[in-house]
Design a protein around this ligand. Structure first.
Ligand SMILES: [Fe+2]
Ligand SMILES: [Fe+2]
Length: 273
């Protein structure tokens, strides 16, 4: 059972004058990805087919992710009454397919799967924290704070199961680091870009352009983050790998990640304009 409901959000305090267009765009896209949580649970249950305890956890986790989607959807509909969630979600799920009917993780091992899940939860925890810090809109502040807390709890959950599988698979820190780099490299993968496209597509004739959507998405995302958000993300990723979270290498990677984010956040023409 999720730890909060949509009734815990102060929707009556929604303030249209404090809505930023860049957040409307990002929240619409996020609502589609989060709403797809049941398919992720299905994939995880296929990868961990003989681990009933983890399957139970995966189903509970999916309920929380889908609830994130519902809360974000509601806020997006308040901010933009013309947002047609059902139509956008149909476009998203028809165009972006998760690898279902698998017998093993696409990450090559069960540890790899847990590490990838940790990285995603680190990313989402930081992302919603950044949204909470960026927005002045009261309802979105509460939605983002509650989701950020859930995502941090999800990170701890997958981290706990990762320790269990590390006992079995014995992946080295270097092998773990390679998986982290691989998952980070996917941060602008088709899922987020396609969700951005599906959320903003104005007609069936509008063709998907991955590079354009990635650029627009990153322009908006880049506005949200402070250096502190990035440093926290790097520290959590280092902990997942098994590196010390506060050494010189950590600071160097933090500096590089911050520079890359600032570079990627340079403005371009928005499809939402
Ligand atoms: Fe989520
Ligand atoms: Fe999560």
């Amino acid at each position: 059972m999720p730890q909060w409901t949509l009734d815990d959000i102060p929707w009556d305090q929604f303030d249209r004058s404090k809505v930023c267009p860049e957040l409307v765009s990002l929240v619409k896209a996020a609502s589609l990805v989060e709403h797809n949580g049941y398919d992720y649970a299905r994939y995880l249950c296929e990868v961990f087919a003989d681990d009933k305890a983890f399957q139970t956890v995966a189903h509970q986790w999916a309920e929380e992710e889908v609830q994130h989607g519902r809360a974000l959807r509601k806020w997006a509909e308040l901010a933009d009454p013309e947002f047609d969630f059902d139509k956008s979600f149909k476009t998203f799920t028809e165009g972006y397919k998760l690898p279902l009917n698998v017998t093993a993780s696409v990450r090559g091992s069960r540890c790899g799967e847990m590490i990838a899940r940790c990285i995603v939860e680190i990313g989402t925890s930081s992302y919603y924290t950044a949204i909470k810090d960026y927005t002045d809109e009261p309802a979105l502040q509460v939605v983002a704070a509650k989701i950020a807390a859930d995502e941090f709890r999800h990170y701890k959950l997958f981290y706990t199961h990762l320790q269990r599988y590390l006992e079995i698979e014995k992946l080295s820190a270097f092998q773990r680091f390679k998986i982290v780099l691989g998952r980070v490299a996917e941060s602008e993968d088709d899922e987020l870009c396609y969700a951005y496209y599906a959320a903003h597509r104005k007609s069936a004739d509008e063709v998907y352009d991955q590079k354009k959507c990635a650029k627009l998405y990153m322009n908006n995302v880049g506005k949200l983050y402070h250096r502190g958000h990035i440093d926290r993300m790097i520290s959590m990723a280092f902990k997942t790998v098994g590196f010390k979270p506060h050494d010189l290498f950590n600071r160097m990677i933090g500096r590089v990640a911050w520079s890359v984010l600032q570079m990627r956040a340079k403005p371009s023409r928005a499809i939402t304009a």
